[in-house]
Design a binder for this molecule. Structure first.
Ligand SMILES: *[C@@H]1O[C@H](CO)[C@@H](O)[C@H](O)[C@H]1NC(C)=O
Ligand SMILES: *[C@@H]1O[C@H](CO)[C@@H](O)[C@H](O)[C@H]1NC(C)=O
Ligand SMILES: *[C@@H]1O[C@H](CO)[C@@H](O)[C@H](O)[C@H]1NC(C)=O
Ligand SMILES: *[C@@H]1O[C@H](CO)[C@@H](O)[C@H](O)[C@H]1NC(C)=O
Ligand SMILES: *[C@@H]1O[C@H](CO)[C@@H](O)[C@H](O)[C@H]1NC(C)=O
Ligand SMILES: *[C@@H]1O[C@H](CO)[C@@H](O)[C@H](O)[C@H]1NC(C)=O
Ligand SMILES: *[C@@H]1O[C@H](CO)[C@@H](O)[C@H](O)[C@H]1NC(C)=O
Ligand SMILES: *[C@@H]1O[C@H](CO)[C@@H](O)[C@H](O)[C@H]1NC(C)=O
Ligand SMILES: *[C@@H]1O[C@H](CO)[C@@H](O)[C@H](O)[C@H]1NC(C)=O
Ligand SMILES: *[C@@H]1O[C@H](CO)[C@@H](O)[C@H](O)[C@H]1NC(C)=O
Ligand SMILES: *[C@@H]1O[C@H](CO)[C@@H](O)[C@H](O)[C@H]1NC(C)=O
Length: 376
């Protein structure tokens, strides 16, 4: 189906400035797959055609081919899952005009038109992260997937289009992110405390997710915890009502779901929560953001001891605890948690492949949707 045929109004109105249709047609050599996909989404097309002040992140034909292996595969997916395609396209449209020059080296977390609560519980629309690296703009989406802007600033009368080399990933749920990221100890702890659904269904969260090494460092204390203590500890890692993307965090206290406060300290380019250091910031999830930290927080020990060097050992918040395999009391049976290195790396670049494990092709593109479908 030709996109043009669906846009008589937009075409008629596009007398002076280039319409979105014209802009896409002028770039048909790189954007024909996107144009074809839009052809199957008349409601999205109508919304985009009348929108002003938007930024379209337009995956190139090569990006779609990479995601779906073939254009034919894309067409089949579009036919099979029109709702998912609609949501995916909404996630590729930023609310606001952001030419390449609007991005800086400091990450910006900008809202998209994806607001459907089947896919996101971030108020104002699910975010993408954008920043400048060298001479290119990088867009980061779910599971730390990076898309490079390959052709910036194609202007049209509703805003601007950036052609990107990789289709964006939907941010998925907290629990699925923990599993995908190899945060096996945290995933086990949440399961053990029966907190998976509770946490996944919160709105607008900031989650401080201890690495496997963090759980390992207090391993001796874990088997002795009651379920209520484990619940108290885990909910102390969750802030609701504030989505604290790293570039927005300042020295402050934040109230956790547990009821107690955590102290945020920003020093020397590092972010600390109480005495724990953020080692992987800004993993976008369906209901907010996750920061991986190097220590398990203790609601009964809110001391702040900040050691802003990457090599310094983490300050353990559990007195008397020693290193051991991380296991949990109560429901923990078959889920012996790994104390392996997991996400201990301080480098996001190193973390990304771990997070993206298994996320290729259809899986990456529809990660969030596959979860939704499995649950419904
Ligand atoms: C755009 O490219 C596609 C695929 O190459 C082609 O089938 C289509 O006719 C082109 N459309 C226009 C308007 O040039
Ligand atoms: C898609 O591409 C991936 C990576 O190149 C490959 O492993 C996979 O077999 C391909 N799938 C299909 C259906 O071609
Ligand atoms: C939200 O997404 C669901 C699931 O894909 C879909 O059925 C529904 O129509 C969408 N709602 C809106 C308002 O687009
Ligand atoms: C864009 O954001 C503004 C607030 O900044 C909001 O009022 C508006 O509804 C949003 N537009 C869309 C299409 O979501
Ligand atoms: C464009 O959208 C952004 C983000 O919603 C808003 O801050 C800005 O005021 C809007 N500009 C215009 C001209 O509407
Ligand atoms: C958003 O929260 C509602 C409950 O308020 C839940 O039903 C829905 O599944 C959540 N959406 C996502 C994407 O997790
Ligand atoms: C910036 O670009 C360089 C060179 O391509 C790459 O090695 C590095 O990982 C990029 N950094 C970020 C934060 O994207
Ligand atoms: C856990 O409980 C065992 C048995 O009650 C006790 O020997 C051990 O010292 C406790 N460990 C910690 C860290 O409290
Ligand atoms: C915190 O201290 C209180 C009072 O001593 C105790 O009841 C509770 O179990 C402790 N919580 C944790 C997670 O250790
Ligand atoms: C935040 O707190 C740290 C530690 O107290 C301090 O070094 C730093 O200057 C503070 N930052 C700001 C912006 O006040
Ligand atoms: C949490 O911090 C707020 C603001 O600083 C303060 O008003 C409140 O009393 C604190 N709550 C606890 C439980 O310490």
């Amino acid at each position: 189906m030709q996109f043009k045929n669906l846009l008589p109004v937009a075409l008629a109105a596009a007398a002076s400035a280039q319409s979105i249709t014209d802009a896409l047609a002028a770039n048909n050599a790189t954007l024909s797959t996107l144009t074809t996909l839009l052809g199957s989404q008349p409601a999205i097309v109508a919304a985009l055609s009348s929108a002003s002040n938007i930024t379209i992140l337009a995956p190139s034909n090569a990006a779609f081919a990479k995601a779906m292996n073939s254009t034919a595969g894309m067409a089949a997916a579009a036919a099979a899952m029109p709702d998912v395609i609609a949501a995916l396209l909404q996630y590729h449209v930023i609310n606001g005009t952001y030419p390449a020059s609007a991005f800086t080296r400091t990450p910006a977390f900008v809202p998209t038109l994806l607001q459907n609560s089947s896919y996101t519980n971030v108020t104002g629309g699910q975010r993408v992260e954008g920043y400048v690296n060298g001479s290119s703009v990088v867009i980061v989406s779910g599971a730390l997937a990076k898309s490079m802007v390959v052709t910036p600033d194609v202007k049209f009368n509703g805003g601007v289009i950036h052609v990107i080399d990789t289709v964006l990933n939907f941010p998925i749920s907290d629990s699925k992110t923990a599993v995908a990221a190899g945060l096996t100890s945290l995933a086990s702890a949440l399961t053990s405390a029966k907190l998976v659904d509770t946490v996944d269904n919160l709105k607008d969260v900031t989650i401080f997710a201890p690495s496997n090494n963090a759980f390992g460092a207090i391993g001796s204390a874990l088997p002795n915890l009651t379920t209520s203590q484990l619940t108290s500890i885990l909910t102390y890692h969750v802030v609701q009502g504030t989505v604290g993307y790293s570039s927005l965090l300042r020295n402050t206290t934040l109230k956790t779901v547990n009821g107690g406060n955590v102290s945020i300290t920003v020093e020397g380019g590092n972010v600390f929560v109480n005495s724990a250091r953020v080692i992987i910031p800004d993993v976008l999830v369906s209901n907010g953001v996750v920061h991986v930290i190097d220590n398990v927080l203790n609601p009964n020990n809110t001391a702040v001891s900040v050691v802003p060097t990457a090599t310094a050992p983490a300050t353990v918040a559990y007195s008397g605890a020693s290193s051991a395999s991380a296991t949990f009391s109560g429901a923990m049976t078959t889920q012996a948690a790994s104390s392996g290195s997991g996400m201990a790396s301080a480098s996001r670049a190193a973390a990304a492949p771990a997070i993206a494990t298994g996320a290729i092709g259809m899986g990456a593109l529809f990660g969030g949707a596959a979860v939704l479908m499995a649950n419904s």
